[in-house]
Design a binder for this molecule. Structure first.
Ligand SMILES: [Fe+2]
Length: 489
């Protein structure tokens, strides 16, 4: 501020602080600035927690579904500086729709009780210490070891939810060790063990592989040396190995000094690589494969071939987190790709499975680590959307036939992540249902849709009308209540 030069340093500081204080007051009076698209429209937070019954249903909910469709996402309670708010950092809110006996029993939404949420809402802190990083727990919700857990990456402990879906404690599942965790662990369908690559935002020279058994106890851990503090949002597992994504979005000191709420940035200068570590192995057992610069938020799946080669399918971004302090996705290529890692040579063969812009890829989870035929994802680009994240198209890919099909939820509707729920006793990989929360562009309440996965282009077989608007968020999962250890009624 050149006009401050004639003033003494004391006055400069006083005046600067006054301006900053004044700006904060102004910001606090604005109900989330229109300058930040992730605070308005379909992203605008829901202010209240609700519990509703007597939900309107069109069509027929499959009678064998006994559980809840849970979706989590950012829902900031207050934002000091809306210009600087990043979508990835908002306070977490859970949305749950309970289905049983062919009926929609209730809908509920509740904040995830991280330390800052409890403080902002004047609620008592929940037990278990927080790890001091990534306080907002807003990215994924899973059932594991018979309970329901909310997850985030960059180090924070999972948050256990009780039967009322209230936050009960911060904890590394049923283990007492102080280890960082992630939003994208993968559960081996045969053993029930959970495998995860985890990083701690406060430590840039190492990441961790954790294997936790089906009872929630830490079984194996490996500290993996890295450089530049890579953001590792996801990993992948085969039947016998875990894949480590050490790519081109890294911790940025410059970004941190500028006060960014998410101090990670695109770093094309470093060599991107993917490591393959056998279950039970150590650092020396990792085989690293160098690849061209890119970033992967989400893998689809991976599996071993008899030759010793490994296949991994993933959504690949040509770049990410390049310049915007608000937006994870800018003008970048996004493709569904297959990687084949050749054993013993270090060579990687890449092919494009689909050139359509898409994200949130899912499969039938029973095929995790095994060869899969079907991938479901959501496309981007149908709207004149400068923020690149509004999607109204469900995509289904059949990798055997090479055929892809799509279903649009209509001009007024944006869909979140679509998940696959297998029919009980199903023999075919695609015998089940596709489910998602969909969001109205005109601001009306959201809905949940259920489609027959084998006839997805026919549209929903059931639509459940929710009482409120659910902001567009992150991950969604079907929580099967018959597999939980305590009574989540
Ligand atoms: Fe994710």
């Amino acid at each position: 501020m050149s006009w401050l030069k004639p003033l003494s340093s004391v006055w400069k500081n006083t005046l600067s602080k006054s301006i900053q204080y004044g700006a904060e007051i102004l910001h606090s009076r604005i109900p989330y600035s229109p300058d930040n698209p992730y605070l308005e429209g379909i992203f605008a937070p829901e202010r209240q927690e609700h519990f509703s019954i007597n939900l309107k249903v069109e069509g027929q909910i499959p009678a064998e579904l006994d559980g809840a469709l849970m979706r989590i996402g950012p829902n900031p309670i207050n934002v000091k500086n809306p210009c600087n708010y990043h979508w990835f950092t908002g306070d977490g809110m859970l949305h749950a729709l309970r289905l049983k006996d062919g009926e929609a029993h209730w809908y509920k939404n509740s904040y995830i009780g991280s330390a800052s949420v409890q403080e902002k809402l004047h609620r008592p802190q929940i037990p278990g210490k927080t790890r001091g990083v990534a306080d907002a727990v807003n990215t994924n919700v899973i059932s594991f070891a018979g309970k329901i857990w909310a997850l985030v990456e960059a180090g924070a402990y999972p948050v256990e939810l009780n039967a009322a879906l209230e936050s009960r404690r911060h904890h590394l599942f049923e283990d007492d060790q102080d280890m960082p965790f992630t939003a994208h662990p993968h559960i081996d369908p045969e053993t029930g063990d959970i495998h995860a690559i985890c990083y701690d935002a406060l430590s840039q020279n190492k990441v961790f592989y954790l294997q936790i058994d089906s009872k929630g106890k830490l079984k194996h851990q490996v500290e993996i040396p890295v450089k530049h503090g890579p953001m590792i949002h996801d990993c992948a597992i085969t039947k016998s190995q875990v894949l480590i994504l050490d790519l081109n979005v890294n911790f940025s000191v410059r970004s941190a000094l500028k006060g960014s709420m998410l101090p990670y940035q695109w770093n094309p200068k470093r060599q991107a690589r993917i490591g393959i570590l056998p279950f039970g192995g150590q650092v020396a057992d990792i085989r690293w494969y160098e690849i061209d610069s890119c970033f992967i938020f989400h893998t689809v799946n991976a599996y071993d071939l008899d030759s010793g080669n490994v296949v991994m399918d993933a959504v690949v971004h040509s770049k990410a987190l390049v310049s915007s302090s608000q937006c994870p996705i800018e003008d970048q290529d996004i493709r569904l790709e297959r990687f084949i890692f050749e054993h013993g040579t270090g060579k990687v063969f890449r092919t494009v499975l689909s050139g359509t812009k898409q994200e949130f890829p899912r499969i039938n989870d029973a095929y995790t680590g095994r060869k899969h035929q079907y991938i479901y994802s959501i496309s981007f680009g149908e709207f004149d959307d400068p923020y690149h994240v509004s999607s109204n198209m469900l995509l289904g890919h059949d990798l055997e036939t090479g055929h892809s099909e799509s279903y649009s939820f209509g001009e007024n509707w944006v869909t979140g992540e679509v998940i696959f729920v297998a029919r009980g006793g199903a023999q075919a990989e695609n015998d089940g249902w596709l489910m998602s929360y969909i969001h109205a562009l005109d601001g009306n309440p959201s809905r949940v849709v259920i489609l027959d996965a084998q006839q997805m282009t026919a549209g929903p077989i059931a639509t459940i009308h929710l009482p409120v608007r659910v902001p567009v968020g992150f991950h969604c999962n079907w929580i099967d209540y018959r597999k939980l250890r305590i009574n989540y009624s």
